[in-house]
Design a binder for this molecule. Structure first.
Ligand code: HEC
Ligand code: HEC
Length: 157
């Protein structure tokens, strides 16, 4: 009895160690800045759900209303469909809402980055590619794939 219990304990400890290694390995692919604990699950869910077809977009480049629209209708996403269960929708929304800013009342909700006042404000007097697509970020942000937009290519340092 005792020895079989011990066996189970060792097995579960091994399982936990294995899980931590795998989780640590996965997280290390992202260069994430520390954020408050209450938004961490939201950010992880965001990165898991929104980085498979294009890079994960930093929340601050779009207004809160754009994120709300995207999260409310994931099945209607720029000509494709995104799978999101409602729990993930809520987790992502809490994170995106906190890290983005609302529009003024008379402003239109932008659908694309080049229509977003917040994106423009983050790129003052920077000549941007035309068309500005999610594939172009990496030209100036070499670590865009790891969700790091502070890291800039030599030209901009
Ligand atoms: C199934 C693939 C797929 C997934 C998953 C996905 N997207 Fe997209 N997304 C696209 C496609 C396709 C486009 C249009 C082409 C492009 O901009 O790359 C797009 C475009 C966008 C744009 C507009 C970019 C612009 O300036 O034109 C935003 C914003 C966006 N996605 C946010 C998200 C968010 C938030 C999530 C997670 C909820 C997400 N995407 C998950 C496929 C996807
Ligand atoms: C032509 C070069 C260029 C392109 C392309 C570009 N950026 Fe930038 N971006 C910059 C520069 C330079 C800065 C720093 C501006 C400053 O601090 O004055 C910046 C700043 C940012 C910041 C703020 C980073 C911080 O300090 O926290 C974000 C977020 C960002 N860019 C996102 C994007 C995204 C998303 C794309 C792709 C749609 C993109 N950028 C495309 C040059 C570029």
């Amino acid at each position: 009895m005792l020895s079989s219990l011990k066996k189970i304990n060792i097995l579960s400890i091994l399982a936990i160690i294995f899980f931590c290694l795998v989780a640590g390995w996965q997280l290390s692919a992202w260069s994430l800045e520390p954020i408050p604990e209450r938004f961490q699950a939201g950010r992880e869910t965001y990165l898991e759900s929104c980085s498979s077809c294009h890079i994960a977009i930093p929340p601050e480049v779009m207004p809160t209303e754009t994120w709300r629209k995207i999260l409310e209708k994931p099945q209607n996403h720029y000509g494709t469909s995104v799978n999101l269960v409602s729990l993930n929708q809520i987790l992502i929304w809490q994170y995106m809402k906190y890290y983005s800013r609302p529009l003024n009342q008379d402003e239109q909700v932008p659908q694309h980055l080049d229509e977003s006042r917040y994106f423009k404000a983050l790129h003052p007097a920077i000549p941007l590619p035309e068309p500005l697509t999610l594939k172009t970020c990496i030209i100036c942000h070499p670590s865009a794939n790891s969700f790091d937009f502070r890291d800039l290519s030599n030209q901009w340092q």
